[in-house]
Design a protein around this ligand. Structure first.
Ligand code: 6PG
Length: 253
């Protein structure tokens, strides 16, 4: 379990570096295991990284061997303005050759939201061959890409919510507090995120510094779900100067 922190000059440099690492991590997974299984986050921050991956920087990755999953989704149809799938489709999937049957979206349009969560839970168990009797979270993603909210949430795991405490399921229904765009969500659970081979955080902009600065010095508040992300593999942070409150550098712990 190791943690690398990379502070970049600005948001563009962070997105470029994260995209470069995505390609390296993906290529290594394909070389070693024949496929690259990645869970993507939504929100606004990663859109630029996805665009970069859809351009020349991503060209070397054999996209036919890539399986795209989602860290969370809003309970809306796939063409909705707030759909994470729609954002990923627009910024990345239209530009690269991911097979349609390799895109494992969360069916946010299923009602009620619990049905959408159950459905994604089954998709994940079937794909990763989970055997509850042995090791429920034996092998999950090669990479989980996460953003961080100003309240310390990751995916749709919000502070104090039931979803944060989930220990058995792979995906659960979540509820965003008032003030967030769409309250009904489906999210990956912490045990699944933590059983992945690698977690990558991409966080930029000054408004995130309230959360990012303490996190980078190990002083994150324990009520922030992000502090419960303790990946069994390794973790890397790509942040910009504004979020980190520090000048560009790299460090490994
Ligand atoms: C989502 C997310 C969520 C996001 C953070 C940061 O779909 O909204 O998966 O956890 O990563 O809220 O969002 P921004 O990048 O918009 O700041």
């Amino acid at each position: 379990m190791s943690t690398e922190v990379h502070v970049h000059r600005d948001a563009e440099a962070a997105a470029l570096a994260a995209a470069g690492r995505f390609v390296e991590i993906g290529q290594r997974a394909i070389d070693e295991r024949g496929r690259f299984c990645v869970a993507l986050s939504g929100g606004t921050t990663p859109a630029r990284m996805y665009e970069i991956l859809g351009g020349a920087r991503g060209r070397t990755l054999p996209w036919g061997r890539v399986h795209i999953f989602f860290c969370d989704e809003r309970c809306v149809p796939p063409d909705h303005t707030h759909s994470n799938y729609a954002m990923v489709h627009r910024s990345l999937l239209t530009a690269v050759g991911v097979r349609e049957d390799h895109v494992h979206r969360i069916n946010g349009e299923l009602e009620p939201p619990e049905r959408a969560a159950q459905n994604y839970d089954s998709v994940l168990r079937a794909f990763f061959g989970a055997d509850d009797a042995r090791s429920p979270f034996g092998s999950t993603f090669d990479l989980v890409l996460l953003g961080v909210g100003e309240d310390g949430h990751v995916a749709s795991l919000f502070p104090g919510s039931r979803a944060v405490a989930e220990k058995q399921r792979w995906a659960v229904r979540a509820c965003a507090p008032s003030g967030f765009d769409v309250p009904d969500r489906v999210t990956l659970t912490l045990p699944v995120i933590n059983a992945s081979r690698r977690v990558m955080f991409l966080v930029t902009r000054e408004r995130k510094s309230r959360v990012v600065r303490p996190l980078l010095t190990g002083l994150g508040e324990t009520t922030w779900p992000v502090t419960l992300v303790q990946c069994e593999g390794s973790t890397e942070w790509h942040v910009d100067e504004d979020a980190a409150g520090r000048t560009p550098h790299s460090a490994t712990a």
